[in-house]
Write a protein that binds this ligand. Structure first.
Ligand SMILES: [Zn+2]
Ligand SMILES: [Zn+2]
Length: 386
């Protein structure tokens, strides 16, 4: 017997599909979610929720429980990506060069569907529910911090967020205790010497051998400076110097990324990398510049939150379709900041369907979802909140 909430959500499938396709056709970039936000806010207001605009186009919508205690928050992100959609579907993006290729249209739809289910069960609510419609997830520093600074978590006891995942079959749910996504950072290094004729290196100060040496040294950061068993990645992705065969260049530049899951590991890499840059520059008599740009922090799920997600999801999709040992993802997400303030969890809802060929990853120009994930996501979110 399917859960009552799943049956109810499936009863809304046509409405959910229409909502998602409506949003899908008019995608808007980070910090420009004007029409998107207006549409969602209007739907929430029509359901009787109290809408309060907080930061940028971001807003909260409160559903108060007449007989309940406490408040749970459910977050949906609203922005699209600067990609031209290549799907040949009637609801294809109408905005050239912009498309919902991360599926945030499905997240907003699930939030609206959840509000619809819960508004119809208001007297059964054991606690109030706050929906957080967040702008700018795709563009660091992200909208989460802006909304939190404006008080979106005030009066909230727990917070949950989801992301669709086309690499998981529709009807499955995944999460994990601890690190769920990576902290994704960028580093930029420049070593400057003095250019000259390639035939007279003693009169120049060549930055290339020193920079090559530094690339080698950076490979030892994870192997020799991070505790074994703690995952981290340091990748040099660009090495740029020089113009032609007979000129020693003035400077050489490196660019790369660091991925980590725990703040002490990240802090250690930042510190040791700087030391290496300084040491190599000094040893070769070069000047150095070192810039380290922190991306989003890693999402670290709370155990209590994961337990709540696992229980709710098992009731909706069956225990066998819930994976609570999902491997940490290497992408970044600014849901991390909510969990630094309140307990809760982030989880993934399967949106793929191999049989139907729906397997394109997030951020692909051919990304799409099996729209049954809308009803499933809605039922799981509603069960979590009830
Ligand atoms: Zn994305
Ligand atoms: Zn996303």
């Amino acid at each position: 017997m399917p859960h009552e909430l799943l049956t109810a959500a499936e009863g809304l499938q046509d409405w959910l599909t229409t909502q998602r396709r409506t949003l899908h056709m008019v995608p808007e970039l980070s910090l420009h979610e004007f029409k998107t936000s207006e549409h969602c806010a209007q739907q929430m207001a029509e359901l009787g929720l109290k809408v309060t605009k907080l930061w940028g186009e971001g807003f909260i919508a409160d559903l108060d429980a007449p007989n309940g205690k406490g408040r749970v928050a459910l977050r949906a992100d609203m922005d699209a990506l600067p990609i031209t959609e290549l799907n040949d579907v009637p609801y294809r993006s109408r905005h050239g060069g912009v498309a919902h290729m991360c599926g945030h249209d499905t997240h907003m739809t699930i939030a609206m569907g959840t509000a619809r289910l819960l508004a119809a069960r208001r007297d059964k609510l054991t606690r109030s529910v706050r929906f957080i419609f967040q702008p700018s997830e795709e563009l660091p520093p992200g909208g989460a911090k802006g909304l939190i600074d404006k008080g979106c978590l005030e009066g909230v006891d727990e917070v949950y967020g989801l992301h669709n995942n086309p690499q998981m079959e529709v009807g499955t749910v995944a999460t994990r205790v601890g690190a769920m996504t990576a902290a994704a950072d960028i580093f930029e290094i420049k070593l400057t010497g003095r250019g000259g004729h390639a035939s007279r290196p003693h009169e120049a100060l060549d930055p290339i051998p020193a920079t090559a040496e530094l690339v080698g040294m950076l490979q030892t950061l994870v192997a020799r400076r991070v505790q074994p068993g703690k995952p981290a990645v340091v990748s040099v992705t660009k090495f740029h110097a020089g113009t032609t065969h007979n000129i020693i260049p003035d400077s050489a530049e490196l660019l790369g990324t660091v991925r980590s899951y725990e703040e002490p590991v990240r802090a250690r890499i930042i510190e040791e990398m700087e030391r290496m840059v300084q040491a190599v520059a000094q040893a070769h008599g070069l000047k150095h510049e070192y810039k380290y740009l922190r991306g989003y922090d890693s999402i670290v799920n709370h155990e209590s939150g994961v337990q709540a997600v696992a229980k709710a999801a098992a009731e909706i999709v069956g225990e066998g379709n819930v994976n609570t040992g999902f491997e940490p993802q290497t992408w970044g997400e600014d849901f991390s900041y909510y969990l630094q303030h309140r307990p809760g969890a982030f989880f993934l809802v399967g949106s793929g369907n191999r049989q139907k060929g729906i397997t394109e990853p997030l951020h692909s120009a051919r990304f799409n979802v099996d729209e049954r994930c809308l009803a499933i996501g809605t039922a799981v979110m509603a069960r979590l909140a009830l």
